[in-house]
Design a protein around this ligand. Structure first.
Ligand SMILES: NC(=O)c1ccc[n+]([C@@H]2O[C@H](COP(=O)([O-])OP(=O)(O)OC[C@H]3O[C@@H](n4cnc5c(N)ncnc54)[C@H](OP(=O)(O)O)[C@@H]3O)[C@@H](O)[C@H]2O)c1
Length: 324
């Protein structure tokens, strides 16, 4: 009961809607045709960004989102719709290449596209799809966009930002299985459970730390790019679509009404996350503050797990990204 009361209180304490200027800056938001990503894209446009790229798997849905963003913000010729399917490495590579060649600079990239499946399905690469999208493909896109973000820093703009979208649910995972061959990604890809989404977001935190490390300048050791994981908190979106059956609809409706913030309120965290200083490098931005590392991210055990999962993901991506 106290958990539900806490959720109710959280829902009724919205984050501050801060409004920094993104004038002159170019922003990418993936998975931005709906939900929190869509609301975040609206914010970046309304806050004067020069270009906002919607990375979407359906261009038709993206075009529809573009019209709605233009209508709501009154700004034309800012939003672009680019195809991106996080289940297809060719599409991810093409997207990153396009960013490299067609964008003058890249100042903020929000890797928001994410999924929560109700049952196990395999991707074309043999991984369970929640892990494929939320972890492996997010790592690939982050790695491929990092050089462009770094270059944008060198061309004199403010420190560019790479946001991964995390979830506080990752903090609830307090123990992992110990597979015989030691391969965690392979093990959790084969053993789908109700915790799959939370586990994917834990593994994504390990990717966040790995990318944060690679974002450091080789000369100064300081971050050229701010890399962090931001959480929108519990909010209304299409994320639970796989669980949306007609018989669960009344319960879902009651839960959403009582306990979930709006997607717009969630998107406020993506904006405030861009202002976190270097102390946030590789950290988790939640409820307007940098949260203490989760049990399986903290300490020596966290370091060991991070290295293991990072290596497994890099092995999985071998041949798709160079220079890691
Ligand atoms: N809502 C919450 O309470 C909550 C809490 C914590 C974290 N999050 C995280 O916030 C992020 C946004 O989720 P949301 O709540 O806004 O959910 P959502 O409404 O379901 O939006 C997810 C977005 O990701 C896109 N996407 C899914 N699979 C994709 C793929 N293979 N390739 C490209 N795009 C893909 C979806 O596109 P389609 O519409 O084409 O499927 C959609 O645009 C996710 O990373 C989620 O894990 C959400």
């Amino acid at each position: 009961m106290s958990g539900l009361w806490k959720l109710y209180q959280t829902k009724n304490t919205p984050y501050l809607d801060i409004k920094p200027s993104f004038s002159g800056r170019t922003v990418i938001v993936t998975g931005s045709n709906t939900g929190v990503g869509f609301e975040a894209a609206i914010k970046f446009v309304a806050l004067d960004a020069k270009r906002v790229v919607l990375g979407v798997r359906s261009v038709a849905k993206g075009e529809d989102a573009r019209s709605r963003i233009e209508e709501r913000t009154g700004r034309q010729d800012v939003v672009e719709v680019w195809q991106l399917d996080m289940l297809d490495y060719d599409s991810i590579q093409a997207f990153a290449r396009r960013a490299d060649t067609q964008l003058e600079s890249l100042d903020v990239a929000v890797l928001n596209a994410g999924v929560m499946f109700a049952s196990a399905e395999q991707s074309a690469y043999g991984w369970e799809k929640t892990l494929q999208v939320n972890v492996i493909s997010t790592a690939l896109l982050g790695l491929l966009l990092l050089p462009k973000l770094k270059m944008s820093r060198m061309s004199g703009s403010a420190r560019p930002v790479l946001e991964l979208v995390g979830s506080n649910l990752h903090t609830r995972i307090t123990g992992l299985d110990d597979p015989l061959d030691g391969r965690l990604l392979k093990h959790y890809s084969a053993c789908f459970s109700r915790s799959q989404y939370s586990i994917s977001k834990l593994f994504m935190e390990y990717i966040n730390i790995g990318l944060a490390d690679r974002a450091k300048s080789e000369v100064t050791g300081k971050p050229d790019v701010l890399v962090l994981s931001v959480s929108p908190g519990l909010c209304r979106s299409d994320l639970g679509r796989a669980y949306n059956t007609w018989y669960s609809w009344p319960a879902m409706w009651a839960f959403q009404t009582l306990f979930q913030r709006s997607a717009e309120e969630g998107a406020r965290m993506y904006v405030s996350g861009t202002l976190v200083g270097v102390e946030g490098q590789g950290g988790f931005w939640h409820e307007g503050r940098l949260k203490e590392p989760a049990p399986l991210v903290a300490g020596e055990e966290g370091k060991v797990l991070q290295r293991r999962v990072w290596k497994e993901v890099m092995d999985a991506l071998e041949g798709y990204v160079s220079g890691h």
